[in-house]
Design a protein around this ligand. Structure first.
Ligand code: ZN
Length: 139
């Protein structure tokens, strides 16, 4: 998998159950996964036409706690596009390269994302206003 492939877009929602209803109607399919990511204080639903670990998916994110990053986002900006996620081959190499080039990172080292892949967030200032998630594709 070459870099720069879109893994998914992340959408911050107030109610995951309601958003699942909306996106089931929009996509004509049910989420392939609904799970909680405790360390990010979110509940996540993933829609995909191609199954797990394929590109171009839709991720819905609901806060599970008032101090969740998603709760803070909803407070400031309301529901909507929260981040885009790009697949990379070697996440540590990409983070080091970005850091060396002076880009602001939210995660200096990778952590484990909702689907078990290693992920890291790059500050929106690096992505021209868009929060960027990097995801290392499982080999
Ligand atoms: Zn994501």
């Amino acid at each position: 998998m070459a870099d720069a492939t879109l893994s998914h877009v992340g959408i911050a929602v107030k109610s995951l159950d309601e958003a699942i209803t909306h996106y089931t109607a929009i996509t004509g399919s049910k989420p392939i996964m609904v799970t909680e990511v405790a360390d990010q204080k979110v509940r996540v639903a993933m829609f995909s036409s191609g199954g797990e670990h394929t590109g171009g998916r839709i991720e819905l994110l609901e806060a599970t706690s008032p101090d969740s990053p998603i709760a803070k986002y909803l407070e400031k900006r309301g529901s909507g596009l929260h981040h885009i996620c790009i697949y990379v081959d070697d996440i540590e190499a990409r983070l080091s390269a970005l850091k060396a080039a002076g880009y602001r990172l939210i995660d200096e080292s990778p952590r484990v994302g909702a689907e078990g892949n290693r992920i890291a967030f790059v500050h929106p200032s690096a992505g021209d206003g868009v929060l960027i998630e990097l995801e290392e594709k499982k080999q």
